[in-house]
Design a protein around this ligand. Structure first.
Ligand code: NAD
Length: 257
């Protein structure tokens, strides 16, 4: 049987949310496949641990992969520009951008009250991390891709972008905004060989609570099921994928209401 091998040797990737969950797994897999990875995260301690892990992986794999840590708050224009500048300084190009940084404001800001009772800071966090962040990172990284004549941008949506959420309203609105933003990026990038798409998971086992969410499959996803699919789409094997949103939800959106 023929197996699919993804080639990332010589590619340079900027990954946000790289210090944990799917962003960390994607960063490890990219480096193991030979990519140079700029690890962007707001959590400096977790970032240092992620960097040490990937440096150790790379020493063992011998695939030529490498990493550089970058303390980056995706809500900041300057930090986004700084992440792109670091990729260019250290590795000379930017081929890939993965926007994993994100989360539901109800969980991340511990605000499990309905939208109409949430303070402004909670609402701002939801929009700024989930929507403004990918916008700033794409704006920062895309000029290098255009100059090089190619690149790939992978956004992380969510089934909540279809379902909505009474206490994670900004999360749902931002994620559905990303479905459309991927199309705009694809249209702006196509004349320059730059592709963009969105991957929208249902519940993923990056945190325990997700195991309780219903799916037709009767389980939540292993993080590798989402990451491997995103890495396939972002590789040369996914070259025909552009402007689309890809739902991996174990059938959650098909459940009877
Ligand atoms: N886990 C799920 O069930 C699930 C489902 C659907 C979509 N998603 C999406 O997938 C992506 C990854 O999810 P995960 O569960 O692996 O995440 P996670 O919570 O494990 O990791 C998120 C990372 O983002 C970082 N981060 C938070 N705010 C930041 C900021 N302002 N700037 C930079 N980094 C910041 C955190 O420090 C953390 O390292 C998210 O966008 C999430 O919305 C997750």
């Amino acid at each position: 049987m023929k197996t699919i091998e993804l080639h990332y040797e010589g590619k340079v990737a900027v990954v946000t949310g790289a210090a944990s969950g799917m962003g960390l797994l994607a960063s490890r897999e990219l480096a193991a496949a030979g990519a140079k990875v700029v690890l962007c995260d707001i959590d400096e301690e977790a970032l240092a641990r992620a960097y040490a892990l990937i440096a150790a992986d790379s020493a063992v794999s011998g695939a030529g992969g490498a990493a550089a840590p970058c303390r980056c708050d995706v809500r900041s224009w300057e930090d986004a520009q700084g992440a792109a500048a670091l990729a260019l300084d250290r590795f000379g190009r930017i081929d890939l951008l993965f926007c994993f940084a994100g989360g539901n404001e109800a969980r991340c800001r511990d605000s499990r009250v309905p939208f109409f009772e949430q303070p402004r800071e909670v609402l701002d966090w939801g929009i700024d991390v989930n929507l403004r962040g990918p916008v700033y990172l794409a704006r920062a990284c895309m000029p290098a891709m255009v100059r090089q004549g190619g690149g790939v941008i992978c956004l992380l949506g969510s089934v909540t972008g279809f379902e909505g959420d009474g206490s994670g309203a900004m999360y749902g609105a931002s994620k559905s905004g990303l479905f459309n933003f991927a199309k705009s990026l694809a249209k702006a990038g196509a004349p320059h060989g730059v592709r963009a798409f969105c991957v929208s998971p249902g519940p993923v086992l990056t945190r325990p609570g997700m195991a309780n969410l219903r799916t037709l499959a009767g389980r939540a996803a292993d993080p590798a099921e989402i990451v491997d699919f995103a890495l396939y789409l972002a590789s040369d094997r996914g070259a025909f994928v552009d402007g689309t949103n890809h739902v991996l939800d174990g059938g959650r959106l098909s459940l009877p209401r």
